[in-house]
Ligand binder design. Structure first.
Ligand SMILES: Cc1cc2nc3c(=O)[nH]c(=O)nc-3n(C[C@H](O)[C@H](O)[C@H](O)COP(=O)(O)OP(=O)(O)OC[C@H]3O[C@@H](n4cnc5c(N)ncnc54)[C@H](O)[C@@H]3O)c2cc1C
Length: 398
C-alpha cells in the first residue's frame, strides 16, 4: 500500500530523563514532497493479540508498521509469568477458534499452537465436588507452547527482526518498554502524528516518535479512553469514539499462582485431585488449572487459580498478601490440597473479562487516521481480540 506523503517514523526528538519534551505547537501545513512511493506509516499501540493481528496484517499489505508496547514482552493478557518453578499462564488459559480466518492464522504456526484436552475440564460445586452433569466439551481448546505468550511473540518476530524470512518488504519495528502517553499532531507535517512515549526501563526517560500517517490503539478500553483524553482527542470523530467506548464494561480478576515442588518427590506424582482444570462455583474461585497438564510445560506441580469476577471486584483494592491468604484457603477447600506452597503470588488484572462489549469489531476515524481495537470491542476471548485487530487493519487499508 502506497501513500502520497513523505514520512519517517524515527524518533523526531528525545528528552533526557526528567525532562519533558516540548509540547507540539500547532504548525503550518508542511509542503508536500514528491515521495509518492513511500509506504503508509502506521503506529500500532499494544502488542497483545489485537495489536499483533493488526500490525502483521498491515505489514503484509505493504505498510511500514511500528509496534509499541509498554511491557518488556509480548502477549498482554495472553502472558506467561516465568518463575524458578516454571511458567504460569496467569492471563488467558486456553483459546478456541470459530472464525475461519483465525483458524487459518493458527495453522501458520503449528509448532506453537497445541490442542489441550478439554476433557480435563470439570465443573465443580461450591464444595469442590465434581458435578455429575459435567457438560461435554463442544469445541477444541488450544494453548500456545511453551507458554501462552509464545503465539503473539512468534507472530511478532517478522516485525521485530529485519533478517526474519517473513520480515515485511517495507520494513517494520517493535519498541518494547515503550508506553505511549500522548498522541499529537506532528509540528513539521501536521497531517501526520507523533507519539510521546515513556521508557519503562529508565525513570523519567521520554521520547517523541514522529511521522505516522495512522495511529491504531490496541489496548484495554479504559487505557484507550485515558490516551484519547490525554491527547485532547475528545472532539469530532474521535470524540464519537470516546462516547461509544464509555459504554464498555470489563470485570477484574485476581489470579493466584501456586507451586508445590515437593510434589515431585518419588512416589508422589502430584498432589490433590485427579482432574487438571475446573470451573468452580465456589464463591471465591471460578477457575483452577494445573499448569503441568498443558503441552510442553515444566512438570513441577503448579496451579493457576482465578477468583470470580464478583469476588475480584469486591477485593480489588485489597493488599496482595490478604488476597493470597483468602484464595489459598478457598483453593484448599476446592482441591483438598493443604500442603504449604513454596511459591504463592497473586496478580491483579484490573481489566480481565469484558461484561458489556462495544458491539462492533473496531472503531476507525478515517478523517483523523485514528483507530481502536481490542477484545472489548466484541467480547472477552482471545479470538475476539484477533478478529478486532484484523478488522481494524482491513478498515484502514480500505
Ligand atoms: C485472567 C484472565 C483470563 C482469561 N482467560 C481467557 C481464556 O481462557 N480464553 C480466552 O479466549 N480469553 C481469556 N482471557 C481474555 C484474553 O486474554 C483477552 O481477550 C486477549 O488476550 C486480549 O487481547 P488484546 O490484544 O485485546 O488486549 P491485551 O492483551 O490487554 O493487550 C494490550 C497490550 O497493550 C499494552 N499497552 C496498554 N497501554 C499501553 C500504552 N499506553 N502504550 C503501550 N502499550 C500499552 C499492554 O501492555 C498490553 O500488552 C482472559 C483474560 C484474563 C485477564
Amino acid at each position: 500500500m502506497k501513500k502520497t506523503q513523505p514520512s519517517s517514523a524515527t524518533p523526531s526528538s528525545t528528552a533526557k530523563p526528567g525532562k519533558t519534551p516540548k509540547p507540539s505547537k500547532p504548525a503550518k501545513k508542511a509542503p508536500r514532497s514528491p515521495a509518492a512511493n513511500a509506504p503508509v506509516r502506521v503506529a500500532v499501540i499494544g502488542a497483545g493479540m489485537a495489536g499483533v493481528a493488526c500490525a502483521r496484517t498491515l505489514a503484509q499489505a505493504g505498510c511500514h508498521v511500528t509496534l509499541l508496547e509498554k511491557s518488556r514482552g509480548y502477549g498482554g493478557r495472553m502472558s506467561t509469568r516465568q518463575t524458578e518453578f516454571g511458567g504460569f499462564d496467569h492471563g488467558a488459559q486456553y483459546f478456541t477458534a470459530r472464525d475461519a480466518r483465525f483458524q487459518k492464522a493458527l495453522q501458520t504456526t503449528p509448532d506453537v499452537v497445541r490442542p489441550w484436552s478439554a476433557n480435563t475440564v470439570r465443573v465443580l460445586d461450591a464444595l469442590g465436588h465434581v458435578l455429575a452433569s459435567t457438560p461435554p466439551a463442544r469445541e477444541p481448546h488450544f494453548v500456545a507452547k511453551p507458554g501462552m505468550n509464545a503465539l503473539v511473540r512468534t507472530w511478532s518476530e517478522p516485525l521485530a527482526d529485519a533478517k526474519h524470512p517473513l520480515a515485511p518488504v517495507q520494513g517494520a519495528s517493535v519498541k518494547l518498554n515503550t508506553r505511549v502517553v500522548r498522541i499529537a499532531r506532528d509540528p513539521i507535517h501536521p497531517d501526520q502524528w507523533q507519539l510521546h512515549t515513556e521508557d519503562a526501563t529508565t525513570e523519567g526517560a521520554q521520547a517523541v516518535l514522529g511521522g505516522f500517517d495512522r495511529v491504531l490503539l490496541a489496548i484495554p478500553h479504559m487505557q484507550t479512553l485515558d490516551l484519547l483524553r490525554a491527547s485532547g482527542l475528545e472532539k469530532g470523530s474521535t470524540g464519537a469514539m470516546v462516547k461509544a467506548i464509555k459504554n464498555v464494561t470489563v470485570a477484574p480478576c485476581w489470579t493466584l499462582m501456586l507451586a508445590f515442588p515437593q510434589a515431585m518427590q518419588p512416589g508422589l506424582p502430584h498432589l490433590g485431585p485427579q482432574w487438571n482444570a475446573a470451573r468452580s462455583t465456589h464463591h471465591r474461585i471460578s477457575w483452577l488449572a494445573r499448569e503441568g497438564s498443558k503441552p510442553g510445560r515444566d512438570p513441577i506441580e503448579r496451579w493457576t487459580v482465578q477468583a470470580s469476577p464478583a469476588w475480584s471486584a469486591e477485593h480489588l483494592e485489597d493488599r496482595e498478601d490478604r488476597v493470597v491468604a483468602k484464595l489459598r484457603k478457598a483453593f484448599s477447600e476446592v482441591t483438598g490440597i493443604r500442603a504449604e506452597p513454596t511459591h504463592a503470588v497473586a496478580h491483579r488484572w484490573r481489566y480481565a473479562q469484558t461484561q458489556t462489549p462495544l458491539g462492533q469489531t473496531h472503531l476507525w476515524a478515517g478523517d483523523m487516521g485514528i483507530g481502536v481495537c481490542g477484545d472489548w470491542c466484541l467480547g472477552h476471548r482471545v479470538e475476539d481480540a484477533f478478529i478486532s485487530g484484523l478488522e481494524l487493519a482491513l478498515a484502514t487499508l480500505g
